[in-house]
Design a protein around this ligand. Structure first.
Ligand code: GDP
Length: 469
């Protein structure tokens, strides 16, 4: 990322079009900074001027060009500081859509003395005025980028301050822990009594655990944002492509009776209860019969390992094959659901008079085993729910918080330093070393919350925003 020599001056009036480009019903031009209302007033002829209008009241009127001729019929509203998006005096002019009028309105404001806002500058000002913290500022981006209902909910939870609240509590605990250790360091001749030191270790470990729980919630948020990777795995010809089709309710993958036809990976995204599922149909896993198939199988192997959940498809109309058993051995410890397919056919018999489905259930105790028919669309809805249940594990997807990669990194780093601090103390390796680890953990939390206002970091974060936000 390029570092700017001089950060944009704060406190001047900035303006930008806040709505997306292109044809639309309306477009909104935003102006922020002290004097915005007066500046906007020069180009507006409203039923009642903004100066005489209470904040947050929409007024109807005309937008005038520099000669005083009306350009468009508009609505205008102003927000008084600190109760505005940026925390500053802020005006919104709602013009008709299409970019032309909004563009003209913006040009007038720029000629009148406003400066074109940098990407994310409105949100940056909201942060700098203390209206929101850095986790909330970044959540704005999450809200803008959300592509599914649940991802949006996770972003909104962070925006409302859930991540910040949690992180701030942890930060305060770290400060308190640092405090007790620093106090002991101030009197080097009196080391902490060992009872107190043990207590401190336990307290540090407890905070570390809270951070790890927070990481889990962020990981769930990431899944909601990026989509859950669901690998459809199994031997050739068991019905993987048919299952993908059933899940998609449309025919995309090639379905044939010749074993091993799906040589490339096919990925499709569906949403299930507001959660994006990225379904990946893999080549059959088992010994390849030619080179192309070998490549497909090695791709499938990667997907098998990296997926968030695996649907292991077996053909319930025939006994299990030795290759099935090999795959089954690798499932425990990895999130998975078993789909015993072809339930429309008579069940295959396994040893001991059991059906294939019963055999699989005994083979993988504790696993979810479901009878389905991809061909006749049976059990498919239930399978989707089971996929979500497998990924939610003990927790729920509702706990997901939207966090950026940067935020997750800071949380992980803080947890790591706490672990170091606890280990150093327990090993009797010196309180000063432990204190410095605690200091690092504290700094990571400060960067997370934006307590340390680092311009490079702010430039990086806000450069990802679109113009007008
Ligand atoms: P893949 O190699 O695992 O992807 O298997 P396919 O989806 O290509 O299916 C292999 C064969 O099994 C095709 O002839 C499908 O029509 C058939 N098939 C798939 N699912 C079912 C099912 O639920 N019931 C029945 N009777 N046949 C199925």
């Amino acid at each position: 990322m390029e570092r700017k020599e001089t950060p944009p001056p704060e406190g001047d009036i900035i303006a930008a079009i806040g709505t997306a480009w292109g044809e639309a019903g309306i477009a909104i031009v935003r102006i922020s900074g002290e004097g915005s209302r007066e500046l906007a007033g020069k180009f507006l002829s409203l039923a009642v001027p903004l100066e005489d209008t209470p904040p947050r009241f929409l007024r109807n009127g005309s937008l005038l060009d520099d000669k005083g001729d009306p350009i468009d019929q508009v609505l205008a509203v102003w927000f008084a500081p600190p109760k505005s998006y940026t925390g500053e005096e802020l005006v919104e002019i709602h013009t008709h859509g299409g970019t032309l009028v909004a563009r003209k309105c913006l040009d007038l404001l720029l000629c009148g003395g406003a400066r074109l806002a940098e990407p994310g500058e409105f949100t940056r000002r909201a942060f700098l005025s203390g209206r929101i913290d850095l986790t909330q500022a970044e959540a704005v981006l999450g809200v803008i980028r959300s592509r599914s209902d649940e991802a949006l909910r996770a972003a909104v939870r962070t925006l409302r301050g859930e991540l910040a609240e949690f992180a701030r509590d942890i930060y305060n605990e770290i400060l308190a822990l640092s405090g007790s250790l620093e106090a002991a360091l101030d009197f080097p001749e009196e080391d902490l009594p060992s009872g107190e030191e043990d207590e401190l270790v336990l307290a540090i470990q407890a905070v570390e655990q809270t951070l790890r729980d927070l990481l889990d919630r962020c990981a769930t948020g990431l899944l909601l944002r990026e989509g859950i990777r669901v690998a459809i795995v199994g031997r050739p010809n068991v019905g993987k492509s048919s299952l993908l089709n059933a899940l998609l309710k449309e025919s995309r993958a090639i379905v044939t009776a010749i074993p091993g036809t799906t040589r490339d990976l096919i990925e499709e995204v569906i949403t299930c209860r507001g959660v994006p599922l990225r379904l990946i149909d893999t080549a059959g896993m088992g010994p390849p019969s030619d080179e192309a198939e070998a490549m497909g199988i090695s791709l499938a192997e990667g997907v098998f390992q990296d997926a968030d959940v695996r649907i292991w498809v077996v053909d319930g109309s025939v006994p299990l094959h030795p290759d099935d058993l090999k795959l089954a051995e690798r499932l425990p410890g990895r999130e998975h659901v078993v789909a015993v397919n072809k339930s429309d056919l008579p069940p295959g018999a396994a040893e001991g008079g059991r059906t294939t489905a019963e055999f699989v259930a005994d083979l993988l105790p504790g696993s979810t085993v479901l009878s389905i028919s991809a061909k006749e669309n049976r059990g498919i809805e239930m399978l989707k729910d089971d996929i979500l249940a497998a990924i939610a594990g003990g927790g729920t997807l509702e706990a997901g918080l939207n966090a950026s990669a940067r935020q997750v990194e800071e949380i992980r780093s803080a947890a790591g330093f706490l672990k170091d601090a606890a280990e150093t103390l327990s090993a009797g390796m010196g309180q000063d070393v432990a204190a410095s680890s605690l200091g690092e953990a504290r700094r990571a939390m400060e960067r997370l919350l934006g307590i340390e206002k680092d311009d490079t970091l702010l430039d990086y974060i806000f450069s990802q925003f679109c113009l007008g936000k």
